[in-house]
Design a protein. Structure first.
Length: 455
């Protein structure tokens, strides 16, 4: 799970809970799988304790796995090292950025973690609504760097910074168009790094939506006259059909909200009250504890419906920023008036209240389909093209492209796991449990990633 951007942040609760309140609750329950371990690494990525090193992933419930993540004692032991360094690329020449997005005026942000010797360079694409500093991105950077690679972290095309500074249509979700935008960014980063580092080969990975993007990037790059030429590509927990997955995600939010989105205030108030009961003044919740979320889960024992709503809420917050940013930049007039200028003084409360009630499916039907209908594509055409099976024959023939996922990934629709197996065959490694990205820090999962790029 990932923290979305900060494009919408109403200053008070007059229109319902503020975005900061929602992020607090979503972060409290939904970011557990993103925590990384610290400490000096032994020769192996496995924990030093023999029992922990041989233990299976502990959560067979996919909602618990997704929310709580990997307990500290089962996480890969990675070496302490330098933090990724952030940089930025200038926006498209001549692109006018609304003054309300002043904080993106510096261009597209990305991060690097580089070796001092010749090494492979791995590009990493973030998941839904995530930028280059999301916790999962940092975990992957540390994993790959520990394996001897240069690492470049790139925001998701669904993140507001990418939409504003690097998106050519302002409406992410088209695999081929997003891939072209990502390759343009990668080419610029390669040019900037030329002379600073020595690169022995180029590799590519991404998680969740970023893994889906990585598949399209690899195909688009191979068709270019002067390709980067990715030697190894690894997809981590991708959707098979993006439209199927957004339907799964949209449905999650309402599992614990029988009254729909209008019940969100009550859901958050009830969660806050339960927190107050579980943790008194003499026993505060300690977020410095790597297992804070595991402790929280054990004390509260939330229902599957509440956990699903927490996951759905985290995704919904990403949706609010995606819709608002895309609408402003494309001047679609969907939420933000077409003829009005977006400024830093623009009150955002009402826009947040509206976009919070809009889903990924609403974005697809009302903004995305309308944009591409002008190119002669129907709604069904766009659904078909959101499926990795659209490029499945090509993917099946690419022995350098592998996949790691979980059999119980909550973003996969019925039949989607079978579809992934059909495409990747013996290049698909399926873990039985882990939910969506919940086992990314689990040491066998990390070891598998590290080994893939080391071979």
């Amino acid at each position: 799970m990932t923290r979305p951007s900060v494009a919408l942040d109403p200053p008070d609760g007059r229109h319902g809970p503020s975005r900061r309140q929602l992020l607090g609750m979503a972060g409290l329950l939904a970011l557990g799988g993103c925590t990384t371990s610290a400490g000096h690494a032994p020769a192996s990525l496995a924990p030093a304790d023999a029992a922990a090193a041989s233990a299976p992933f502990p959560f067979t419930n996919p909602w618990v796995a997704t929310v709580v993540g990997t307990p500290a004692e089962l996480r890969a032991v990675l070496p302490d090292g330098l933090a990724p360094q952030r940089a930025s690329l200038e926006r498209f020449p001549g692109r006018a950025i609304p003054e309300g997005f002043w904080y993106y005026d510096g261009g597209l942000t990305y991060s690097t973690l580089l070796q001092e010797r010749p090494a492979p360079l791995v590009f990493v694409i973030a998941g839904t609504g995530a930028d280059d500093r999301s916790r999962l991105m940092i975990l992957l950077a540390r994993t790959l760097h520990a394996g001897g690679a240069h690492v470049v972290l790139i925001p998701s095309p669904s993140h507001a910074n990418f939409i504003v500074t690097a998106g050519s249509t302002f409406l992410p979700g088209n695999g081929e168009q997003d891939a072209a935008d990502l390759l343009k960014a990668m080419d610029a980063i390669r040019q900037r790094l030329a002379g600073r580092i020595q690169v022995s080969r180029y590799d590519l990975t991404g998680y969740s939506l970023g893994a889906w993007h990585a598949a399209f990037v690899a195909r688009a790059d191979a068709a270019r006259a002067a390709p980067i030429g990715f030697d190894r590509v690894l997809l981590l927990n991708p959707p098979l059909n993006l439209y199927h997955s957004i339907q799964q995600i949209d449905a999650m939010l309402y599992k614990g909200l029988p009254q729909g989105i209008d019940g969100l205030n009550h859901f958050l108030a009830r969660a806050t009250a339960r927190l107050a009961e579980a943790y008194g003044p003499a026993d505060p919740l300690d977020f410095s504890n790597q297992d804070a979320l595991l402790d929280l889960y054990r004390r509260l024992q939330p229902s599957d419906e509440s956990l699903a709503t927490t996951v759905g809420l985290s995704f919904r917050l990403s949706t609010t920023n995606l819709i608002f940013t895309s609408d402003v930049m494309s001047r679609s007039g969907y939420v933000f008036p077409r003829g009005q200028e977006f400024r830093s003084t623009t009150p955002l409360g009402d826009y947040f209240a509206v976009t919070l009630r809009l889903s990924f499916t609403d974005y697809f039907d009302d903004l995305y389909v309308e944009r591409y209908a002008s190119a002669g594509l129907t709604r069904q055409d766009l659904i078909d093209r959101s499926d990795l099976r659209w490029i499945g024959n090509w993917l099946a023939g690419q022995k350098q492209i592998g996949l790691i996922t979980n059999a119980d990934d909550v973003i996969l629709a019925p039949g989607d796991l079978h579809g992934l197996r059909e495409i990747f065959g013996d290049r698909a490694w399926i873990h039985p449990h882990g939910g969506h990205m919940g086992n990314l820090a689990f040491w066998p999962f990390v070891d598998q990633i590290s080994g893939y790029f080391a071979t």
